[in-house]
Design a protein around this ligand. Structure first.
Ligand code: SF4
Length: 446
């Protein structure tokens, strides 16, 4: 009875003042008195890549909860590594955080995790996994990756038809995970198919669709199927009405931590269980370099590196100059590129319809010049290829960028060779001249 009264009183007052969701493991003291559970994805460690101009991806008329927390707790200048808060202990939902604080029941749920000791200058360490992508990156090659869309049917026909366009041209291929949150073959199944065909596969996994249990299970399947790269993503929000339940048992940083803990210790962190022949994936994450204020993506990048990421694929970049002079300059000043490899996300737009779709993807900003250039082109596909080739060349000249990740907007992979082969047909010297002529000021890596 007493516990029920306290819980109701807490729910009422904290609900009024903080919009409390009664997670039972209160972290308000660490989040500037802004409740992180009011983030529609319930993220405990910073914004997802969908926030743009400080707005929430899910509720665009509302400010992003995590941008507000950042502004209030560290402001716009700090580049400090953030703490890593654990995900919520689901047992405590709808219980009193005051009572849990008193009894100590909430200790695990609100005490920051200890980052693993992963060393420094990790990009120079000897090979840690069986990943061929890791081998390529550590060899100093400028790598090329792209995506294979998981078919929305129970057949590999579409994958098999497209594979000849990526084979021998790309160092690794992402198997996408339920694009736009629509059902498809799973990324693990498609990645396994790619691996079977000799393609180095990257299996995408999202926090939107996975519990910790199903995520670790996916890593086990990947190991079994010869898929040695895992890309950990938050996942964009469901658009369907009515909206199905989204999982978010963990956020992107916790997902990375689970994967890395498994690799380093041979144990599942959240169960403490030892795993025989534990997966040792080469671990990727994503980042939106254009999240504002500009210190947020840098702090997120540091957090993802510390949580275990080996490589990053960025959100789509249309303005490579801004990426070079802003995000990448700070990355180098902070030496983050020495701890993980950064692949610049390059859009390949093949139609006006795709351009329209692209403008509604959370976190993607298409500058008016690019929009005008593509929308007014007589042949949108040719112009999209030209633009992608320019972006690839510009990315290749940014110090600290280890490769490009092509994201195709359209079903036909036959355009990808035309884009990526620009790296082979343009000598380094003329690439640099092009970049400078376009206003670039970076010293190229030779
Ligand atoms: S962190 Fe949990 S207990 Fe604290 S205000 Fe938010 S939902 Fe309520």
């Amino acid at each position: 009875m007493f516990i029920r009264v306290i819980t109701q009183v807490e729910g009422f007052f904290k609900g009024m003042v903080f919009d409390c969701r009664m997670c039972g493991q209160c972290v308000l003291s660490q989040t500037g008195l802004i409740c992180p559970m009011t983030c529609p994805k319930g993220l405990r460690n910073g914004p997802c890549g969908g926030t743009l101009h400080g707005e929430c991806e899910v509720l665009p008329d509302k400010p992003c909860v995590w941008v507000r927390i950042h502004r209030r707790t560290v402001g716009e200048k700090s580049l400090e590594l953030p703490d890593l808060l654990p995900s919520c202990d689901a047992r405590l939902q709808d219980t009193s955080s005051y009572i849990n604080l008193f009894t100590g029941a909430d200790k695990i749920g609100r005490t920051p995790l200890k980052y693993l000791d992963l060393g420094t200058q990790r990009t120079k360490l000897p090979l840690q996994t069986q990943s061929r992508l890791e081998q390529r990156l550590k060899s100093g090659a400028f790598v090329r990756t792209c995506e294979m869309r998981a078919p929305r049917s129970a057949t590999f026909k579409q994958v098999d038809e497209q594979v000849s366009y990526v084979r021998d041209r790309f160092d690794a291929v992402n198997a996408t995970s339920y694009l736009s949150a629509k059902p498809s073959l799973s990324s693990a199944v498609v990645a396994a198919r790619l691996a079977e065909m000799g393609i180095e596969a990257i299996c995408q996994s999202t926090c939107r669709d996975h519990t910790k249990t199903s995520f670790i299970a996916e890593l086990l399947s990947n190991q079994l199927n010869g898929v040695h790269n895992s890309l950990c993503m938050t996942g964009d929000s469901y658009k369907q009405i009515p909206r199905p339940k989204q999982v978010f048992d963990m956020d992107g940083a916790i997902m990375l931590y689970e994967a890395r803990y498994l690799r380093e210790k041979g144990m599942v962190y959240f169960t403490g269980e030892r795993i025989a022949n534990a997966p040792r994936p080469f671990i990727g994450a994503v980042i939106n370099p254009f999240t504002e204020p500009a210190n947020i993506p840098i702090r997120r990048l540091k957090q993802k590196a510390a949580a275990g990421a080996d490589f990053i694929q960025t959100q789509l970049i249309f303005d490579m100059q801004a990426f070079a002079s802003g995000f990448m300059t700070t990355v180098r000043q902070e030496n983050i590129h020495e701890d993980l490899f950064i692949l610049a996300g390059v859009p390949v737009v093949t139609s006006k319809k795709a351009l329209e779709v692209l403008q509604h993807i959370p976190g993607v900003s298409v500058p008016p010049e690019s929009l005008q250039r593509l929308s007014q082109a007589a042949d949108c596909q040719s112009e999209g290829i030209r633009l992608a080739r320019e972006l690839v060349l510009q990315a290749a000249d940014i110090p600290g960028v280890a490769g490009v990740h092509l994201m195709l907007f359209g079903p036909d992979h036959s355009v990808l060779p035309d884009v990526i082969e620009v790296l082979d047909s343009t000598p380094q010297q003329s690439r640099t001249a092009n970049f400078r002529a376009a206003g670039g000021t970076e010293t190229p890596v030779t």
